[in-house]
Design a protein around this ligand. Structure first.
Ligand code: ZN
Length: 139
């Protein structure tokens, strides 16, 4: 019997599925960007899973990025990402950045896709620059 369509949030490349019949919990590895998966329990029950890659909370993720300020390009590392913005570090070079500047940041998003976002600098400390997206790109 095929079960109902259930929605699962992918965490660390895996989903956690509990069998509705025998209640056994299993973790299934899923490749990036897979939309659907059929999880088959040892008891024979099948669960159709819709995969959800939403990111609601700020996640600690270190990704390499390039920040373009006017015509200058800085190598940066993204330290944290949220739905509304991100934080990045530039080794010893946060000095050129000022609150209110509009810059462009390029980075590899989850799944390996290249992303380019327009951001506005919201705060600057010697170790981190915080910015908010200024392009409309809400998933
Ligand atoms: Zn089962």
């Amino acid at each position: 019997m095929i079960g109902n369509l259930n929605c699962f949030v992918v965490k660390g490349g895996k989903i956690k599925v509990q069998c509705p019949d025998c209640k056994k919990v299993r973790y299934y590895a899923v490749p990036p960007n897979l939309r659907r998966k059929i999880a088959r329990c040892g008891c024979g029950r099948t669960v159709r899973c819709t995969l959800d890659y939403r990111k609601k909370r700020r996640e600690s993720s270190v990704a390499k990025a390039e920040v373009t300020l006017d015509t200058r390009i800085f190598r940066a590392q993204i330290s944290d990402v949220s739905l509304v913005g991100l934080g990045f570090t530039v080794k010893g070079l946060t000095k050129p950045f000022r609150v209110g500047q509009d810059v462009t940041i390029q980075f590899k998003a989850a799944g390996g896709k290249n992303s380019m976002r327009k951001i506005c600098i919201m705060n600057v400390t010697p170790s981190r620059v915080g910015a908010r997206y200024t392009d409309i790109w809400l998933a």
